[in-house]
Design a protein around this ligand. Structure first.
Ligand SMILES: [Zn+2]
Ligand SMILES: [Zn+2]
Length: 410
């Protein structure tokens, strides 16, 4: 079908605006707006058929003259974004299904090959108008904020892109979980068991860091993604555990990271401390989660009936480098699949001794259950320290000294 014949058929559907007419041929010829393209096609068709000129007089059967309201939509976007720090933005549009169906019907009726959807013209035109009003740039790939036009409701919703930074945390106090732990009884709603906090523990590493972070960025929340986690009753010492913090819906984006580090550490009052390495991306969260970092533990161990240092060292010689077969520990089997994992003990040495208690430094592959490596877990972990010395042994205290193999500090 010739172009002019297609234009004639489109005009025969009903009263249509230049935007919608031009958009059916949106991918033909560059450097024109759909409005200009539509007007030119209308005029060319009239000259071709030698019929009187007829300007569009609304309402357009497809868009109901939506494009007359570009300025009004841009004003709504500017109002919705006021008070939200951003350098770049993107416009999205929720198009009512009937409106989309109208133009799609024409595409398929006429077999059009290069139409542009209404949604993308709306996004672009409102985006241009917003950029004019604010001097800010539209960014299709990584906008700081996305404003979503809801055409049916006449409203603008705002999604603020999260920010991420990476660092390491140390935890100096036992009994603090890494992340928030909802109350088992009420699931977070608040009940007598949890003193109406909704939480099992008053504080977490996530909150001790996140409260200051959320405040600094005027954010809705701050979520900690750790490279593994230590037990609640273990401290995290040494260089600290790598983490990425996700700042949810920040209304401020600029922050000086060294000052933030100071503010977090002063607010955490020596219970937790962080060092910040720099800004990060969501992709780094995935990398962090998948890294098979070795972990170094300092544990204190008690062997029933006592043990001589040389006997202990002989047992550690045999554990060093050994592949340990661990059936899911009895203490966690109620919430994890019961299966056998194999993890290597990279290193195991005596670090000191006091009143019959030995301090051991153990380096294990990610996922090694260290408490069970010592106790044998009733035969579920083999070999084990208890198994090798032939009597019960247990971990009294455990600290994580180091998480290795993760990104080096820059
Ligand atoms: Zn229209
Ligand atoms: Zn509760």
């Amino acid at each position: 079908m010739e172009l002019d014949e297609q234009v004639g058929k489109i005009l025969a559907y009903g009263e249509i605006c230049d935007h919608c007419l031009g958009r059916f041929f949106g991918k033909r010829s560059h450097g024109l707006t759909n409005d200009e393209r539509g007007h030119a096609l209308r005029v060319a068709h009239e000259i071709q058929g030698n019929t009187p000129h007829h300007e569009h007089e609304g309402p357009c059967w497809i868009c109901h003259d939506l494009f007359d309201e570009i300025g009004g939509w841009a004003d709504k976007v500017v109002a919705s974004l006021s008070g939200i720090g951003h350098a770049t933005f993107l416009i999205g549009t929720r198009v009512p299904p009937l409106m989309a169906e109208s133009e799609e019907m024409v595409w398929s009726d006429l077999g059009l090959t290069g139409p542009e959807p209404l949604k993308s013209e709306m996004n672009r035109e409102v985006g241009k108008a917003v950029a004019e009003r604010t001097g800010k740039a539209a960014d299709l790939a990584h906008p700081d904020v996305v404003a979503i036009l809801d055409l049916s409701a006449g409203t603008v919703g705002v999604e603020i892109t999260p920010l991420f930074f990476r660092g390491r945390y140390r935890k100096f106090e036992r009994g603090i979980p890494q992340t928030r732990w909802p109350c088992r009884v009420c699931g977070g709603a608040g009940c007598e068991r949890c003193n109406f906090t909704g939480k099992m523990y008053a504080d977490s590493v996530e909150e001790l860091i996140g409260r200051t972070v959320a405040e600094a960025f005027q954010a809705a929340d701050a979520v900690l993604h750790g490279a593994g986690r230590e037990d609640i009753d273990a401290r995290m010492l040494g260089a600290g555990r790598p983490f990425v913090m996700e700042i949810v819906a920040p209304r401020r984006r600029g922050a000086d990271l060294p000052s933030l580090e100071q503010a977090v550490n002063s607010a955490a009052e020596g219970r937790v401390a962080i060092s910040i390495d720099g800004w990060a991306t969501r992709a780094e969260v995935e990398i962090l989660k998948s890294e098979k970092a070795h972990k170094k533990y300092r544990i204190s161990v008690e062997v029933e009936g006592g043990i001589a240092r040389n006997e202990l060292e002989e047992a550690l010689d045999r554990l060093r480098g050994a592949l340990i077969a661990q059936q899911t520990p009895a203490r966690v089997v109620h919430r994890r699949a019961d299966r056998i994992r194999e993890r290597r003990v990279v290193d195991a040495r005596v670090a000191g001794q006091e009143d019959g208690i030995f301090f051991l430094d153990v380096v294990g592959e990610a996922g090694l259950y260290v408490k069970e490596l010592v106790s044998g877990d009733g035969g579920r972990t083999r070999p084990s320290l208890a198994g090798l010395v032939g009597r019960p042994a247990r971990v009294i205290q455990l600290d994580v000294l180091e998480v290795e193999g993760s990104r080096e500090r820059e």
